[in-house]
Structure formats: structure tokens, C-alpha cells
Design a protein. Structure first.
Length: 622
């Protein structure tokens, strides 16, 4: 019979998933979007484009020249009607020939310039998206563990995929449409005013209803696209959560429940997409109504003026062509607004994510650890007047002090929610204490640069996480520059070499997703080899054996003896068999250390640990 397990499964243990961190109704992590500081969205877009100012200016100039070539067409038509045709009747073919050649050159030039613009804009587009995805990934990695425990990975995936894709649509198509529409409006309005002041004034006056229409669309579409971004994030979160938990889904027959929940999220996304299309349809219908009314009125008025001789026929023809060109971009403006509102909603969410500050910031003036005393790898650990409470409230660890001499192995036991894992996370600096200091050889952990801290303190968790890649690559994570010989020596010292050598490709065997190709015990041995190769001064073991069978536990216990030799260690013990390797035991209740002493001394007493030990011994005897 196996020994007594002191706590419930992993999901019910200390930390944000358990009782230690109470939920808060006002917690921004309960929403899909994180609040961004005022002006952060615009600042993010400017910073993304800052490195490409010169190329953006060149692209804008190319588009300006292209627009000039396009807008020269109706002027050439007017010249042909009013000057070229009379000259042709008089036997002079030159003006019409010049118009034909000019029109052809404008068309060819506009096409070439459009190609140049699309190519340049596409390069800028891809460089900006490359930068943005890199920023999201780098920033997500430096954010504290408490952020990732509360903000789901599905939301991060949504930020770096669907939200970035919205920006791609804006940069690749929307900005060209906006610049083209603005240039068309300005140039055509000026040309119409030059051709005929009355017609130009009518055209400019029609901008008023269009402005009101655009303003109304933006107001309604902004809310719709924010909802759409939230809805697709919900779909991604549910999908990722289900696939990551596929084993309990199948084991507890959650398929139908998950199908129903996913269908609800999917319908929400469908509705938000439908709302977006409906808003676009309303805008297009309204804009075309304004445009067609204006064109009809202008044609009627212009025809009367041509009839009474106050307006030349060529000018009217050019004006009608220009007016059609003036209102044709209205639909394109709608497409831009569609892309803009979608990108604005997505960019606001990305800006909110990037605005999050790490809960454990880098040291302003980093210090180095002193040289180790003697040949032993361990360092002294001191919790000096430490108190800890989560940001959402609820004190987890009342003020306490604790000293762990260099090279000592300390086991921490206690019931669920006692504060064991929080103690370990403070030592690993996944959190900073609310008050007090955690010292490593007299140096505050907050004064250490992250690389220096990670070289000195290593944690091996209950679920040994292996990345996709080879066994050798996973062992060398803590020391990427390690040689194959050093990797194999670490595996041999831990007792992992035999099973690794028996794999199809030995150390070059790909462990696949999360190390699914090897057993839990073998994954734990790889994790210990990784820790041994990293050679830390302080090792934190968050119950390395609680999920293993007896043979696997024995193999890992042997590995623990090897990796703990001479090091300072904090062992979160959920099985009393693990305590056997400890020099000292801490018993925690409600965040307080209620017993502290050598295992033999505590077993001989009448305290909490003695009772736990007797229950464990009786379970083995039974």
C-alpha cells in the first residue's frame, strides 16, 4: 500500500486555483480585455510605424502621384470634347491624338505606381506585424506567474492571432483605401471648384450628410467590433481549454456539455459578425442614397445650364465623371472604417496587454551573488519579516521570519491551503513579498537580475513539463551551451541514462507534446537531470513524487538524493516518504509555521507532525 497523501489533487492546492486568492468582482482579469492607459492605443500604433517613417513617406508620395494620374482622366475628356472635337472637325488631329496618348500614359503610369505602392506597403505591413507579434510574445514571457495564472493562454493566443490579423487587414487594405479616399475627395473637390464654382459648391455641400453618416457608423461599429473581438477570444479560450484537458473531458464524459458551451460561444461570435455586417450594410445603403441623389441633382441642374449656354458640355461631362469618382470611394471608405473599427478594438486589447507591468520587476541596480563559501553548492536562505497577500485581497502568509542554512534540506508539510506552495513561489520569486525581504546569501532577491536569480534558484514542479524536442534539448534547457557528454553525465547521475538509451533514438528522441512519449516517472527523471545540469545553489521541489507509482517514486527518490547533495533545498512534501530526505521539517497551518524541527525530534513528540507520521505508518502496516 502506498503512503498517505496529505492533500487533494493539484487543482485544489495552494495558490490562485485554491483558497489562497479570493476572487474579486472588480478584477480586470475576469473580463476579456485589460484596461489600457489613455492614449496607449495611438502610442502603440505610432511606435510600430516609427521605424518605417521613411518608407511610409515614400509610399504616400507614390500614392499621391498615382492619384494625380488617375484624376487627370476626366480633365482630358473635357479637353477632348470642348477643344479636340472642334479641332478634329477643322482638320487638326493633334489635340485628340495628344489626349489619347496622355490618357494611355496616365493609365499605364497609374498601374505601375499602384504596383509599386502595393509592394512597398506589403513589406511595411509584414514588418509591423512581425514586430507586434514579437512584442506580444516577449512581453508575455516577462509577465509574472500570477498574471498567467489569471489571464488564460487562450486569450494570449487570441491577442497574437485574430487581433493581429485585424491590424493586418487595416495596414494592407484599409490605409490604402483611406489615403485614396482622402486624396480623391480633396483633389476632386478642388478640380470641381476650378471647373465651375457652382457645381463644386454643390459637391462639397453633399459632404455634410456623408460626414454625419460616417460619424454614426463609427459610433455603432466600435461597440460591435469590440464585442466581436471578445467573442472570438471566448471561442479560442474554450477550444484551447478543451484540447489541453482532453483526458478529463473524455474520462468524465464532458463532450456534450462542452459541445453546448462551445455552441453558445460560437453563436455569440456569429451574432457579433452578423451585427458587424448589418452595420456595414446600413452605411453602404445610406452613402449610396446620398451619392445618387447628389449626382442626379447635379446632372439635372447641369443640363439646364448647358441648354442656356452658361456651362460647356465638356465641363458638364468632366464634372459628372468627377462626381461619380467622388462618390465611388464611399463604399471603399466603408471598407476602411470596417477595418479601422475592427483593428481599433483589437489594438486596444493588445495595448491593454502590453501595458501590464510585471509583478516582479527587474532590479534597477542589479547585484551579483557573492562567491560561494567552500566547495558546497548551497547558499543560505532567509525570510526576513515576510508577509504576503494577493493583490485582490486576503492575507496568505502572516508576518514570519525563517532561516535555512546553506546546504540544508527543509521539507514543508501541511494541509491544503496552508501556504506551502506560496512559500516556495516567494523563494523562486514568482511573487514578491507584500512586506519584508527574501535573502539569498544576504542579497535581496529583488536586487538580483533575473538570469542571476534563475542560475541560483531552480524549481522542479509536480508535473515535469517537457517541451517539444529531444531528450537532450530538454535536459539542456538550464544550460543550452552544455555538451552532449555533460548532458549524458547528468542523466547517468540521476539514473535516467538507462531508459533514455532504450528509446528509439536515445537522447535524440523527440518527446513530442508535453513529453507524452514517455511516462510520468521518466519525465520527472528528465526534470531532475535538467536541474542537476543547471547546478543551482537552491533547489525547490514542489512534490516530485505525488503523482508517481511506487517504482517510479523509488527511482525519483534516488534522483533526489543525488541532486540535493550539498544544495539548499525546499521540498513541498505531500507524501511523508519525501520527508525522509529532509534535515528539517516545517509544519504549516493557515499560513503559519506551527512546528519546526528535525524529523526524528518531531516524530517523538505529540504535535501535528507526529500525528501525521503515525497515520502514515499505520497505513503502510495495513
Amino acid at each position: 500500500m502506498t503512503d498517505t497523501t496529505l492533500v487533494q489533487p493539484e487543482e485544489e492546492r495552494d495558490g490562485p486555483a485554491g483558497r489562497e486568492e479570493p476572487a474579486s468582482a472588480g478584477d480586470p482579469f475576469d473580463r476579456d480585455d485589460l484596461p489600457a492607459p489613455r492614449g496607449a492605443t495611438g502610442a502603440l500604433l505610432r511606435s510600430l510605424l516609427a521605424a518605417h517613417r521613411a518608407r511610409v513617406a515614400v509610399a504616400a508620395l507614390v500614392l499621391l502621384v498615382k492619384e494625380a494620374a488617375v484624376q487627370a482622366g476626366p480633365l482630358l475628356v473635357a479637353y477632348a470634347i470642348d477643344r479636340g472635337v472642334p479641332a478634329f472637325r477643322a482638320g487638326d488631329h493633334g489635340p485628340l491624338l495628344a489626349v489619347a496618348v496622355g490618357y494611355l500614359l496616365c493609365a499605364v503610369g497609374a498601374g505601375a505606381l499602384q504596383y509599386a505602392f502595393v509592394r512597398g506597403a506589403a513589406r511595411i505591413n509584414q514588418d509591423v506585424l512581425l514586430d507586434l507579434r514579437g512584442r506580444i510574445f516577449r512581453h508575455a514571457q516577462v509577465l509574472s506567474v500570477d498574471f498567467h495564472e489569471r489571464y488564460t493562454s487562450g486569450r494570449l493566443i487570441s491577442r497574437s492571432t485574430t487581433d493581429v490579423e485585424s491590424l493586418r487587414e487595416l495596414l494592407s487594405e484599409g490605409l490604402q483605401e483611406l489615403i485614396g479616399v482622402v486624396l480623391s475627395f480633396v483633389s476632386i473637390a478642388l478640380v470641381l471648384l476650378w471647373l465651375d464654382l457652382g457645381i463644386g459648391a454643390v459637391a462639397v455641400a453633399s459632404f455634410g450628410p456623408l460626414y454625419l453618416l460616417v460619424r454614426s457608423y463609427r459610433r455603432r461599429a466600435g461597440a460591435v467590433f469590440a464585442e466581436r473581438s471578445t467573442a472570438i477570444a471566448g471561442v479560442i479560450v474554450k477550444f484551447a481549454e478543451t484540447m489541453n484537458g482532453i483526458r478529463p473531458v473524455r474520462a468524465f464524459r464532458r463532450e456534450r456539455v462542452n459541445d453546448a458551451e462551445f455552441a453558445g460561444l460560437n453563436r455569440r461570435h456569429e451574432r457579433s459578425n452578423g451585427d458587424a455586417l448589418l452595420e456595414m450594410a446600413r452605411y453602404v445603403v445610406g452613402s449610396r442614397l446620398v451619392a445618387n441623389t447628389a449626382v442626379a441633382g447635379m446632372c439635372l441642374w447641369g443640363a439646364y445650364r448647358v441648354a442656356d449656354g452658361s456651362l460647356e458640355l465638356g465641363v458638364l461631362a468632366a464634372a459628372v465623371l468627377y462626381v461619380r469618382r467622388l462618390y465611388d470611394p464611399i463604399d471603399r471608405l466603408g471598407m476602411f472604417l470596417n477595418s479601422y473599427e475592427s483593428a481599433a478594438a483589437s489594438l486596444a486589447k493588445i495595448a491593454g496587454l502590453l501595458a501590464q507591468e510585471p509583478g516582479v520587476p527587474e532590479a534597477a541596480a542589479p547585484r551579483e551573488l557573492p562567491e560561494r563559501a567552500g566547495s558546497a553548492p548551497g547558499r543560505e536562505v532567509v525570510f526576513d519579516g515576510v508577509r504576503f497577500a494577493y493583490r485582490t485581497g486576503g492575507e496568505v502568509l502572516p508576518r514570519f521570519s525563517l532561516r535555512i542554512p546553506a546546504g540544508q534540506t527543509v521539507a514543508v508539510v501541511g494541509a491544503t491551503g496552508a501556504g506551502k506552495s506560496t512559500l516556495a513561489k516567494l523563494l523562486a520569486r514568482f511573487y514578491d513579498p507584500t512586506d519584508g525581504r527574501v535573502l539569498l546569501d544576504g542579497v535581496d532577491l529583488r536586487d538580483l537580475a533575473t538570469p542571476e536569480l534563475r542560475r541560483g534558484v531552480v524549481m522542479v514542479t509536480q508535473e515535469a513539463f517537457l517541451f517539444s524536442g529531444t531528450i537532450a534539448e530538454n535536459i539542456a534547457i538550464g544550460r543550452p551551451d552544455a555538451t552532449r557528454e555533460e548532458i549524458e553525465q547528468a542523466a547517468k547521475a540521476i539514473g535516467a541514462h538507462e531508459f533514455v538509451a532504450g528509446l528509439p533514438d536515445g537522447y535524440d528522441t523527440d518527446v513530442r507534446k508535453r513529453g507524452g512519449r514517455i511516462s510520468a516517472g521518466q519525465r520527472q527523471l528528465v526534470a531532475f537531470a535538467r536541474a542537476l545540469l543547471a547546478d543551482p545553489a537552491v533547489l525547490i521541489l514542489d512534490e516530485a513524487t505525488s503523482s508517481l507509482d511506487v517504482p517510479g517514486e523509488r527511482a525519483v527518490q534516488h534522483a533526489m538524493d543525488t541532486v540535493l547533495a550539498g544544495r539548499t533545498a525546499l521540498v513541498i512534501a505531500h507524501r511523508l516518504s519525501t520527508v525522509e530526505v529532509a534535515d528539517r521539517v516545517l509544519v504549516m497551518e493557515a499560513g503559519r509555521i506551527v512546528e519546526d524541527g528535525a524529523p526524528a525530534d518531531l516524530v517523538g513528540g505529540e504535535g501535528r507532525y507526529a500525528g501525521l507520521h503515525r497515520a502514515w505508518r499505520d497505513s503502510l502496516a495495513g
